[in-house]
Design a protein around this ligand. Structure first.
Ligand SMILES: CCCC/C=C/CC(=O)SCCNC(=O)CCNC(=O)[C@H](O)C(C)(C)COP(=O)(O)OP(=O)(O)OC[C@H]1O[C@@H](n2cnc3c(N)ncnc32)[C@H](O)[C@@H]1OP(=O)(O)O
Length: 359
C-alpha cells in the first residue's frame, strides 16, 4: 500500500524534528523526492554550470525520471522513517522494528495492511539488479516469509519494472578472475531463484513498466502477475551470449507452449503486455493511468483473506513441482557459469558498456 498524503505531510514535519543532521547527500535525496512527490518529474530548465548548488539539486530531481508522484511520496516517507528510527533509541513498539532493512537504498521494503512490498528503487538505472540487490532481495523474501503479512509484492520505482541483471556486475572481477566471478555469480543466482521457488505465501508481481532478463524469467515462479499496458517482456539471452535462468527453460514452455517460449528464450522476441497476458505469463493488464489504483485496491482486498488458507493452497499447487524446479535451477545456473566465461558473453557485455549496443 502506498503512503497517503497524510503520511507524506507527517514525514515532511518529522524531517524538521530530526535530532541529527542527515548530511548533504541524504538532504539532496529528500529534496528530489519532495519535488517529485509534489510537482512530478523535473520540468524546469537546467541551471547553468556555474550555478553549482541549483544544478546539483536539479540533477538529483531529474535523476528520478518519470517516477510517479505516489512512489516518490512513498520513498520520501520510507526515507524519513529510517532517518527518524536511526536518530532515536529503538522502540519495541515500532511496527517493523525487527525487519532488517536492506543494505542500500536501491531496495525499499515496507509492510502495511497485510501486504509486504519489496520495491526495486534504482530508477535512474532502470532498476538494474546489482549484486547487493540480489542479496537484499533474498533477505527481504526470507523476512517476508515469516512476517505477519498475507501477501508479498515485488514492484519497481520509476518508468521501468527492472532492466535485469546490472551488466556492470560482470566488471567487478575478484582476485580469482573470470572463473571465480562466474562461480560466485552462479551460486548467487541459484540462491536467489531458490527463494522464489520456496516462497510460502502468495507472491504477486506488480509490473509497473518494461521488464528485461531475470526480472521476466522469475515471473513464472510468481502466483499472480499484474502489468501496466506500458510494460513489455524481453529475454535477450542469445543477444548477450547467455542462456535462460529463473527456471524459465521449464516454466515458459509449460505456460505458453514450446514454440512461443523458444521465440522468447532463443530469439529474444519482446512481448507486449497484452501478448504476455494472452500467453499466460501475465494474469491481467491494466491501463497505465489507473494501474496503481486498481491493482493496490485489489491486493488490499485479497490481503484480508485468511492467510493460512492461502498458504496451504499455494503449498498444494507448488509442492509437486518443487523438486523439479530446484533441479532446473541448478542446471540453468551451472550452464550460465560456463556461458559467463565465453567470448560471446564477454563481447556482448563489452559492447553494452562501451555504449555500442542497447536492446
Ligand atoms: C547474479 C545473477 C545473474 C543473473 C543474470 C541475469 C541475466 C539478465 O538479466 S540478462 C538482461 C540484462 N539486461 C540488459 O541487457 C539491459 C541493458 N540495458 C539496456 O539495453 C537499456 O539500458 C534499456 C533498453 C534497458 C533502457 O534503455 P533507455 O534508452 O530507455 O535507457 P538507458 O539510457 O539505456 O538507461 C539509463 C541508465 O541505466 C543504465 N542501465 C540500464 N539497464 C542496465 C543494466 N541492465 N545494467 C547496467 N546498466 C543499465 C544505462 O547504462 C544508463 O546508465 P547511464 O545513465 O549511466 O548511461
Amino acid at each position: 500500500m502506498l503512503a497517503s498524503q497524510k503520511d507524506f505531510n507527517n514525514a515532511v514535519s518529522q524531517v524538521k524534528l530530526l535530532k541529527e543532521d542527515p548530511g548533504n547527500e541524504v538532504k539532496l535525496k529528500l529534496y528530489a523526492l519532495y519535488k517529485q512527490a509534489t510537482e512530478g518529474p523535473c520540468n524546469v530548465p537546467k541551471p547553468g554550470m556555474l550555478d553549482f548548488i541549483n544544478k546539483t539539486k536539479w540533477d538529483a530531481w531529474n535523476a528520478l525520471g518519470s517516477l510517479s508522484k505516489e512512489a516518490a511520496r512513498q520513498n520520501y516517507v520510507d526515507l524519513v522513517s529510517r532517518l527518524s528510527a536511526s536518530s532515536e533509541s529503538p522502540s519495541p513498539e515500532a511496527p517493523a522494528a525487527d525487519r532488517k532493512q536492506p543494505e542500500s537504498d536501491s531496495l525499499v521494503v515496507t509492510s502495511e495492511d497485510g501486504i509486504t512490498t519489496i520495491r526495486l528503487n534504482r530508477p535512474a538505472k532502470k532498476n538494474a539488479l546489482t549484486t547487493q540487490m540480489y542479496h537484499d532481495i533474498i533477505a527481504a523474501l526470507q523476512a517476508a516469509s515469516k512476517d505477519e503479512s498475507a501477501i508479498t509484492v515485488l514492484t519497481g520505482s520509476g518508468d521501468y519494472y527492472c532492466s535485469g541483471n546490472d551488466l556492470t556486475n560482470f566488471t567487478h572481477l575478484p582476485a580469482g578472475g573470470l572463473e571465480e566471478m562466474a562461480r560466485s555469480a552462479a551460486a548467487l543466482l541459484r540462491d536467489f531463484v531458490n527463494c522464489f521457488i520456496d516462497f510460502p505465501k502468495p507472491l504477486v508481481a506488480v509490473v509497473n513498466g518494461p521488464a528485461v532478463g531475470i526480472s521476466v524469467t522469475i515471473l513464472g515462479l510468481f502466483d499472480v502477475v499484474y502489468a501496466t499496458d506500458r510494460a513489455s517482456f524481453h529475454t535477450p539471452f542469445s543477444h548477450l551470449g547467455q542462456s535462460p535462468e529463473g527456471c524459465s527453460s521449464y516454466t515458459f514452455p509449460k505456460i505458453m507452449g514450446s514454440s512461443k517460449a523458444a521465440e522468447m528464450l532463443l530469439f529474444g522476441k519482446k512481448l507486449t503486455a497484452q501478448e504476455a497476458c494472452a500467453q499466460g505469463l501475465v494474469t491481467e493488464v491494466f491501463p497505465d493511468g489507473t494501474f496503481q489504483k486498481e491493482v493496490w485496491a485489489r491486493l488490499k482486498a485479497y490481503s484480508k483473506l485468511p492467510p493460512n488458507a492461502m498458504r496451504i493452497s499455494k503449498q498444494i499447487i507448488r509442492n509437486r513441482e518443487k523438486e523439479k524446479l530446484h533441479a532446473v535451477n541448478a542446471e540453468e545456473s551451472s550452464v550460465l557459469r560456463e556461458r559467463w566465461q565465453s567470448d560471446e558473453c564477454m563481447n556482448a557485455i563489452a559492447s553494452f558498456l562501451s555504449r555500442k549496443a542497447k536492446l
